[in-house]
Design a protein. Structure first.
Length: 176
């Protein structure tokens, strides 16, 4: 696949909805991806979820966020790291009630430390037993996932760490 777009499989989105109690915002989405995610509000690449205000633009209180950023090797820092930094800043501002971040690669655990971002490993996380077979832009499951993944739970105003552990332990090892 030549695209940066790697959509989340429906069974993982369902798990995310269960932990978050629904998804208010997907800041790095598309109209196609949101057919599965069903976020109340989604921000497309044209709208730029990194530069957009997450709280003031949409709600008067914190939002539950699902974040599966597009990959990019040509932008420094990478788009996933830019979305990680934005998510951490929005949590710190009190704009996010709680969130889930899907890192396409276990290497992101290392990258966020090198770049000075809050380490993903300080939060509850799930390392799936198998690589996630993302969905391509045509709606087909990718045949050969190239990276191991990690799903990070970021508590904000709401802390559902126990729910994260219960739900995502079905997918793989959960560290809280």
């Amino acid at each position: 696949m030549n695209s940066q777009e790697h959509y989340t499989p429906p069974h993982i989105v369902k798990m995310a909805r269960e932990v978050l109690g629904g998804i208010d915002l997907d800041p790095c989405s598309s109209d196609l991806a949101n057919r599965v995610v069903r976020a109340s509000v989604h921000i497309t690449s044209q709208q730029d979820g990194i530069k957009s205000a997450w709280r003031k633009q949409f709600w008067n209180q914190g939002v539950s966020v699902w974040c599966n950023p597009p990959g990019s090797r040509h932008i420094k820092p990478s788009l996933p790291m830019q979305f990680w930094e934005k998510l951490c800043k929005e949590v710190a501002k009190g704009n996010v009630s709680h969130a889930l971040y899907l890192a396409y690669s276990l290497e992101q655990l290392q990258q966020c430390q090198k770049a000075g971002y809050p380490p993903m490993a300080q939060f509850p996380l799930c390392i799936p037993r198998r690589r996630i077979a993302f969905i391509d832009m045509d709606g087909n499951e990718q045949k050969s996932p190239t990276h191991g993944n990690v799903i990070v739970y970021i508590p904000g105003m709401i802390d559902n760490t126990e729910g994260f552990k219960r739900v995502f332990s079905q997918l793989g090892y959960v560290k809280v």
